[in-house]
Ligand binder design. Structure first.
Ligand code: SF4
Ligand code: SF4
Ligand code: FES
Length: 470
């Protein structure tokens, strides 16, 4: 990326060091980029500054009061002290106040509040805790313990601004302020879709992965791509005892750190007892018909276990038998969308050059044949040309024949972000028939712009006019 012109840069001083801030950067961002640590809790990279926790207070020469570094932009020649006696006193006092309510045992090993307390030498709080709400476990994947909540609203902003689900609110005022789900419902009985974005945003474990799985650090963390839909979200599997214990979204180009409920919590299949871990060979004489059923818990009525050598030999000799009898045209290879591009390439190579047949296809062509044809006709390429997040740059978004929120929830978050930013979403009737009826659904967003689609000229050719907005 080209560097911004010098007119957009600001030179200022922090703790005696000269720094250059990029256009739009706050004091906190410029300091972080230059390796200067300022305590912060309500600020999270990627989210707008809220400036509510007041942990990041710094001293600015010539100013009477301290300033929150997360919400203040540097000016040319500004002199900032982040570790002066006054700044440190304010930072420590706020941390100590927040620490007063923290439960003895943290639900997460990387509790940011405890980390900053440790860094600034605060072992305990002199202040009395307030009356703490009871923990709740009504959402299967998420433990809610608002005793650890510091009202930083990172969860609220994750739910509202990132996922656009708008489940979380901040109710009441002052010392009574508390995070609520919908109208103060239990999380599991609210309209929460369980995406876990709020859990990922929470700095203290007030919202944490259920069953205390994040209490201890994982033994190792593995970066990979989500195995579910085709959005291609990048994620991190945290592993202990060779089992995935919890998952976090990672900053990939397709998801920018976001995940949906499937990617974040749908990993139990990996250790499911029904999962095949050894090759099976059909028993001699076992029925092979469309109506035959196999008990996945005990397939022994139809199959017997075999070694890999025996299974590969059985498969190879079966394929050879067909080629000898019918020639290569008697065979076809059908690849899986669960494989990587490299695996798809190798698979077609095996079918074409190993087996000598050009009968090779892929399940994706079945569902994407129509979009490939349309893309080829309009763009000259059958492949996707942009990341979904680019809808932010679009004027109008048209969704046809897709229940995006259910099938590709992370892609839907980018569409909802764009609609919130004022872009027009057009979802013709064909899409509405299968659209979610959740109160945050694209359907609802679309209805808001249904009125602007009223003129016949705004209809898509061949698409029925939308129903009147309520
Ligand atoms: S899990 Fe997702 S939908 Fe539910 S409250 Fe958290 S961010 Fe909102
Ligand atoms: S639940 Fe966590 S993220 Fe939400 S306001 Fe409380 S501390 Fe912040
Ligand atoms: S991080 Fe600056 S006010 Fe919270």
């Amino acid at each position: 990326m080209a560097a911004p012109p010098d007119t957009l840069r600001v030179t200022f001083e922090v703790n005696g060091r000269t720094l250059t801030a990029l256009a739009g950067e706050t004091l906190l961002q410029a300091c972080r980029r230059n390796g200067i640590d300022i305590p912060h809790l309500c600020y999270k990279p990627g989210m707008g500054a809220d400036g509510n926790c007041r942990v990041c207070m710094v001293e600015i020469e010539g100013e009477r009061v301290l300033a929150p570094a997360c919400s203040r932009q540097p000016l040319e020649g500004m002199v900032v002290l982040t570790e002066s006696k006054r700044a440190r006193h304010a930072q420590r006092l706020v941390l100590e106040l927040l620490l007063a309510n923290m439960p003895k045992e943290s639900a997460v090993h990387d509790n940011e509040l405890l980390r900053w307390c440790q860094k600034l030498g605060i072992a305990e709080s002199r202040f009395a805790p307030r009356v703490l709400p009871a923990a709740s476990h009504t959402q299967p994947g998420i433990a809610v313990n608002l005793a650890a909540c510091i009202q930083c609203t990172r969860c609220l902003r994750a739910c509202r601004e990132v996922q656009v689900n708008d489940v979380i609110g901040l109710a009441l005022r002052g010392a009574e302020a508390q995070i609520v789900f919908d109208l103060n419902d239990d999380m599991g009985r609210s309209s929460c879709v369980g995406c876990g974005e709020c859990v990922q945003a929470c700095p203290t474990g007030a919202l944490a992965p259920a069953d205390g799985v994040a209490r201890r650090p994982p033994e190792r963390s593995v970066e990979t791509v989500c195995p579910y839909c085709g959005v291609g979200c990048r994620l991190t599997y945290h592993v202990r005892n060779n089992r995935i214990v919890y998952v976090e979204g990672s900053d990939g180009p397709a998801n920018l750190g976001r995940l949906c409920v499937k990617g974040r919590y749908g990993f139990d299949y990996i250790h499911h007892p029904h999962r095949l871990t050894k090759p099976l060979i059909r028993k001699e004489g076992a029925p092979k018909s469309a109506n035959a059923t196999v008990d996945p818990a005990d397939p022994s009525a139809v199959f017997r276990e075999a070694s890999w050598d025996e299974a590969l030999e059985a498969a190879a000799s079966g394929l050879k038998r067909i080629i000898d009898r019918d020639g290569p045209q008697g065979l076809a290879g059908f690849g899986s969308a669960k494989g990587s591009n490299e695996e798809a390439y190798l698979f077609q190579k095996l079918v074409r050059t190993g087996l000598g047949s050009n009968n090779v296809d892929h399940c994706t062509r079945l569902c994407h044949a129509s979009s490939v044809a349309a893309l080829l006709e309009m763009l000259g390429s059958g492949a996707v040309s942009n990341p979904v997040a680019d809808v932010a740059e679009a004027e109008v978004i048209v969704v046809i024949g897709s229940n995006t929120e259910a099938n590709h929830p992370v892609a839907a978050t980018f569409i909802k972000n764009a609609v919130k930013a004022g872009k027009t979403l057009i979802a013709p009737r064909a899409s509405l028939s299968c659209a979610s009826t959740s109160r945050t659904s694209l359907l609802r967003r679309w209805r808001r712009c249904a009125a602007s689609m009223r003129p016949p000229s705004a209809r898509l050719p061949g698409v029925m006019p939308p129903p009147r907005a309520p």
